[in-house]
Design a protein around this ligand. Structure first.
Ligand code: 4BW
Length: 153
């Protein structure tokens, strides 16, 4: 088998190498009103962001679609509920998360069904996110550097 350039192998990468650290990640808290979450989502430009508790532990994600769904009445959007309903009542909690030590392929697998995956420690404190963009960027670089083996132009 031909030689794969050592410094561009994907096998040694971990979630820690790929992640956007917590201080750069837009997030909301469970007890924030939906109005606040919508403001963060619209201003940041992201369609979904992590939800944390008051101790910065990861609890789920909230997105624009979830908020719209929560305020959808029979005939209209009940926008008055944006100030009375909190994030906890609209967020999704069935979200997989990984630890910093997770390898590249574990991240890749998680990102098949999710646009980002949250990275937490053993007590579920939030460390950051790994996005599809970060994983695709490394794969692109890997294929480019090793293009001779893959017979790419
Ligand atoms: O504001 C943006 N800046 C940049 N540079 N790219 C953006 C921005 N908003 C969207 N994008 C691009 C990214 O390529 O559109 C993709 C889909 O965005 P999304 O999902 O539907 O809002 C982005 O792809 P990605 O970088 O692989 O990110 C995947 C998802 O991770 C995003 C968003 O839900 C979340 N995310 C990314 N960076 C984040 C974040 N959430 C909170 N804070 C961050 N810093």
């Amino acid at each position: 088998m031909e030689f794969i350039k050592e410094e561009h192998t994907l096998f040694n990468l971990t979630a820690e190498d790929l992640m956007i650290s917590s201080e750069k990640v837009a997030h909301v808290q469970m007890n924030n009103p939906l109005e606040h979450a919508l403001l963060i989502l619209v201003k940041s430009g992201y369609s979904a962001v992590p939800v944390l508790d008051s101790k910065y532990r990861f609890k789920g994600i909230i997105g624009k679609g979830m908020i719209l769904n929560e305020i959808l009445g029979i005939e209209r959007f009940e926008t008055e509920n944006l100030s009375t309903t909190i994030v906890e009542d609209a967020m999704r909690t069935d979200i997989p998360c990984l630890e910093k030590s997770a390898d590249f392929f574990t991240c890749l697998k998680a990102l098949i069904d999710h646009s980002f995956v949250c990275i937490v420690d053993q007590e579920h404190y939030f460390d950051g996110i790994v996005t599809r963009r970060a994983v695709l960027k490394h794969m692109n670089q890997y294929f480019y550097v090793n293009k001779d083996i893959f017979k790419l132009n």
